[in-house]
Write a protein of this length. Structure first.
Length: 277
């Protein structure tokens, strides 16, 4: 079963302990993992009952022969490992806290978030009904990350997923417009539109991403996918079979594509792409 991450809004498995995208704790999955660990510990303790008492006594006596120094060193080693594991598990929280401090930002609390939604969501709904996707995209981009102040979460808006697809589509179309106007971009500027276009095409088969989209939005997204495919074939000179192969090789298995291989591919074909030196 898929659920929505309370922090970033991505759809994740109900059983995972943390969101694989933002690192937020999933209480349901974390509780289930805890109970599984407790069951395993109880099973291990019950297994002790099958071991003869004399064997347990001999084993305990053998381990009691450790010197005090060895015990201290062992405890120190355990403490170091525990500290490292704790820092690793908290790495996203630590990173976000450092980011908030250095950038002078913080996430909105529940009251601030609700007030912000009440103020802005009616306008988003109005733009959506008008089909004004560019206004929606501008708002999405302006509010996805803030340089200072309070960071609000847009993912609870009913058509939030539509914006993530339109963002990819617009990057492809904006780049095509630059080329049509005769602009000569640097070759590395071809990389991001290439990735976004392929990711948009790939999302057709990324089921859990589509679960967050209603039928009306899916119709619009399908049109953008088709135009993105035409853009990729026209600008980069590849066919449907090459697109399929590239997507298959870049598939992470979690609903998104890896950047590295696709960026390297553009680097490999740069000689056939008109670009500035």
């Amino acid at each position: 079963m898929k659920i929505k991450c309370r922090e970033c809004g991505a759809l994740i498995d109900e059983q995972v302990e943390r969101c694989p995208y933002c690192g937020a704790i999933n209480e349901t999955g974390a509780e289930e993992k805890y109970m599984q660990d407790m069951d395993a510990l109880r099973d291990n303790l019950e297994d002790l009952g099958d071991i003869p008492k004399e064997e347990i006594t001999q084993e305990v006596q053998k381990h009691l022969k450790f010197t005090g120094k060895t015990v201290v060193l062992t405890l120190v080693a355990v403490a170091i490992v525990a500290a490292v594991l704790l820092l690793y598990n908290k790495r996203w929280d630590i990173y976000m806290r450092i980011y908030e401090v250095t950038q002078h930002t913080r996430n909105a609390d529940a009251r601030e978030q609700l007030l912000w939604e009440n103020e802005n969501y009616p306008q988003l709904d109005a733009w959506y009904e008008e089909g004004n996707y560019d206004a929606l995209l501008d708002f999405y981009r302006e509010n996805s990350y803030v340089d200072s102040g309070i960071q609000y979460n847009l993912s609870s808006w009913s058509h939030y997923s539509l914006l993530t697809y339109y963002d990819e589509y617009r990057e492809c179309m904006d780049f095509r417009e630059r080329l049509t106007a005769g602009e000569l971009p640097y070759f590395f500027e071809y990389q991001s539109p290439f990735y976004e276009g392929l990711d948009l095409i790939y999302s057709r088969n990324a089921k859990y991403r589509n679960d967050a989209v209603d039928e009306q939005d899916e119709a619009a997204i399908q049109k953008w996918r088709d135009e993105a495919a035409d853009f990729i074939k026209e600008v980069y000179g590849i066919d449907d079979e090459e697109i399929r192969k590239l997507i298959q090789e870049a598939d992470t298995g979690d609903g998104y594509l890896k950047y590295e291989g696709l960026y390297d591919y553009v680097d490999d074909i740069k000689d056939r792409l008109p670009h500035a030196n």
